[in-house]
Write a new protein. Structure first.
Length: 271
């Protein structure tokens, strides 16, 4: 009987020691988390479109915050929601004092034209990364991109020359140029030597828009041609050139018919 009591006392004593040890270790762990592993540095990787400062600001992570107390899922969703061109975001604690924000930026793959004044860009993952609502939203409709690129290539050109290059009417170019001027994309002024001619040039805003639009189109084209051999690409270009040649011939034929049917008038200068 006495032996059983001794055994029970020893068991209770060891259980007490064990519970005390667990409490000490828990307290030590909490103390270590409080004193150590504080965020001293926040790094960003995989970014190109957005600056590290923009991504860090959107994360809400603060210096001196414990790296293990950062809600990684909520923080990643918060950053991804703030920037449309982010396909993936990961928050990775790096011991002892660093939090790394790893991002994978979206690649435009498909442009969906909703109307003459709006379009949407879809990423490789099917995510809508950009929507354009037309000049009312200070963006450029797809229908005006050829005009913008024509001006960008020439620097300064008349509205009549744009119409001739693109094969559209002068009135259509004039209307588009007025709207682009209102949006701050182009500058329109009368030619000094010939007041009948309206010259058009890009503003800094228009120049930036032209470069961004061109880069976007090149990125989409690169995705579409992924896996094509050099020979296949050259063959495709040849087919396009032949189609354009056929269309150009048809356009000239229509112009000749119109000139033959119209009264003889003095040929005007292209302005």
């Amino acid at each position: 009987m006495d032996r059983n009591r001794v055994k029970r006392r020893r068991r209770r004593r060891w259980m007490g020691y064990l519970a005390f040890l667990v409490l000490v270790l828990t307290a030590a762990g909490i103390l270590c988390l409080a004193m150590f592993f504080r965020t001293k540095e926040i790094t960003v990787s995989g970014n190109d479109r957005y600056t590290p400062e923009e991504l860090i600001s959107a994360s809400g992570i603060q210096l001196e915050q414990n790296i293990f107390t950062v809600d990684r899922g909520r923080t990643a969703a918060q950053i991804k929601g703030a920037f449309s061109y982010l396909e993936e975001v990961r928050i990775v604690p790096v011991m002892p004092t660093t939090v790394e924000i790893q991002v994978v930026e979206s690649v435009p793959q498909l442009m969906v034209v909703n109307s003459a004044e709006s379009y949407s860009l879809l990423s490789t993952g099917g995510r809508v990364i950009e929507q354009c609502a037309g000049l009312a939203g200070e963006e450029l409709p797809p229908s005006q991109l050829p005009i913008l690129w024509t001006i960008a290539q020439t620097g300064r050109i008349s509205q009549g020359q744009i119409a001739q290059i693109l094969g559209v009417s002068r009135a259509a170019v004039a209307v588009s140029a007025k709207r682009m001027e209102k949006a701050g994309l182009v500058r329109r002024e009368k030619e000094r030597k010939d007041q009948r001619c309206t010259m058009v040039s890009l503003t800094p805003k228009g120049n930036g828009a032209a470069h961004r639009a061109r880069a976007c189109q090149e990125s989409i084209l690169a995705r579409r041609l992924a896996g094509f051999t050099q020979e296949e690409i050259l063959a495709l270009l040849e087919f396009y050139e032949r189609m354009n040649h056929n269309l150009e011939g048809y356009r000239r034929e229509l112009e000749q018919r119109q000139e033959a049917a119209a009264p003889v008038r003095k040929k005007e200068a292209v302005c």
